[in-house]
Ligand binder design. Structure first.
Ligand SMILES: Cc1ncc(COP(=O)(O)O)c(C=O)c1O
Length: 410
């Protein structure tokens, strides 16, 4: 196996570090760090309306970043890509724009899954409070796949939005979204409805691990957060279909989202900048461009998936020995998953486990992982989560199990 850690300076600067918290945020390769430095040293200026060379170069890189995202997810144009600050902000931007545009009204229903991250729950609960929409949750089956029968049963004519994660940040299970899209189409036909519910996808845990194909999934909106895919923090991506963009009124205005302003009124600018008021995060847009270029350089998602599969297999084999002492909450399956494992040890506090791991230079995360409705459903309050990325190696897994065996399960 190629040693990808060599591409990431954090490992050289922290000898012995075992970083198993990748679902929270990924480390940055030298290529991204150097790319940001190069941009700030050579090409930085504010974008939009600058006639000089530097501003044009900066703007070109900002657009190139969106073009690369569009190419990666197969969007039809880079103008369908909006930048926000993170996934949470993207959801809030979307829900407040839905409210402002009158797309959702009292008693309209939004369907989520029970495994959603709070980022895809709280903004809808705010609309429930503010305009009286209903929010309901679709269950998962025994393997933690989305329960399509439950989805079908809940898809009545009041459902205006279905908003789902692609992959749970706790179970690691990948939902079969092509079947979800088909279910939405069939249900619309069976019920003789004019319109399908708006389909929103939270791809925050998917984009770092495998190719997300918008064409195949046919969703209306897709959201992810750049720091989980090796770019820096402070940048979220919101893809939306152009036709829908025209129907939406932004929740906030200013800067490049405005064409002209008089004392009494203003006129909106052209799409898609209407949804990016003020100076955008240009440097972090460049960092995302560099992160996606880095994925291309290492032979793309094929390489990431291959490497992660080997690691999952090795991890599950090692776990066999401890199965009777430790409860892996959620899937033991090898396929259809990303490298996230969440555990519960009934007789021990998960924060204490994370502390012991930390004392041994192993980074894991304890808590509810911003998925409290899921935790409530499973009757657990907190768990500890181990999440790898392609730059981890077998030695990291050995060290984790070694500490688990000798210092925790004693
Ligand atoms: C599935 C999922 N959605 C949304 C988010 C929120 O991402 P951010 O904190 O960057 O907004 C996370 C972060 O862990 C996540 O795992």
């Amino acid at each position: 196996m190629k040693n990808y850690k060599l591409d990431f300076p954090i490992f050289e600067n922290n000898p012995g570090l075992v970083y198993l918290d990748n679902a929270a945020s990924a480390q940055k390769p030298g290529y991204v760090i150097d790319g940001i430095k190069h941009f700030l040293e050579h090409d930085y200026a504010n974008i939009h309306r600058g006639a000089y060379n530097l501003s044009e170069k900066s703007e070109e890189l900002y657009e190139n970043s969106k073009k690369k995202v569009a190419e990666f997810i197969k969007a039809s144009s880079w103008q369908e890509i909006n930048y926000t600050y993170n996934s949470t902000y993207a959801f809030n931007l979307l829900t407040s724009s839905f409210k402002k545009s009158g797309i959702l009204k009292k008693w309209d229903k939004v369907l989520l899954s029970i495994v959603e991250h709070h980022a895809n729950i709280v903004p809808w609960l705010i609309l429930k409070e503010e305009i009286g929409i209903e929010v309901d949750f679709v269950n998962v089956d025994k393997d933690y796949n989305l329960d399509l029968d439950d989805l079908k049963n809940k898809l009545d004519s009041s459902v205006k939005v279905v908003s789902l994660t692609y992959v749970s940040n706790v179970t690691g299970v990948i939902f079969d979204l092509e079947r979800v899209a088909l279910t939405l189409t069939l249900s619309q036909r069976e019920r003789g409805l004019n319109e399908k519910p708006i389909f929103i996808l939270d791809a925050s845990q998917a984009v770092p691990h495998f190719r997300v194909d918008i064409e195949k999934i046919n969703c209306d909106f897709m959201i992810f957060t750049a720091h989980k895919v090796m770019a820096d923090t402070g940048l979220g991506v919101l893809y939306w279909k152009k036709e829908l963009l025209k129907k939406l009124t932004p929740a906030w205005w200013g800067g490049w989202s405005i064409n002209w302003v008089r004392k009494e009124e203003f006129s909106p600018s052209w799409l898609p900048f209407r949804f990016e008021p003020g100076t955008p995060n240009i440097t972090w847009a460049v960092s995302l461009l560099k992160a996606l270029e880095y994925i291309e350089q290492i032979w793309g998602y094929e390489e990431i998936e291959k490497k992660e599969k080997e690691l999952v297999k090795y991890f599950l084999e090692k776990l066999e020995k401890f199965k009777w002492k430790i409860e892996l909450i959620w899937s033991y399956k090898l396929d259809n998953r990303i490298w996230v494992f969440t555990f519960h040890i009934a007789w021990m506090n998960s924060s204490d486990i994370a502390d012991i791991m930390a004392e041994n230079k192993i980074c894991v995360r304890a808590g509810h992982h911003c998925t409290e409705p899921l935790m409530d459903n499973c009757w657990v309050k907190t768990t500890f989560r181990v999440s790898l990325y392609f730059y981890n190696d077998l030695e990291d897994i050995d060290k984790f199990f070694d500490v688990l065996e000798k210092k925790i399960l004693i």
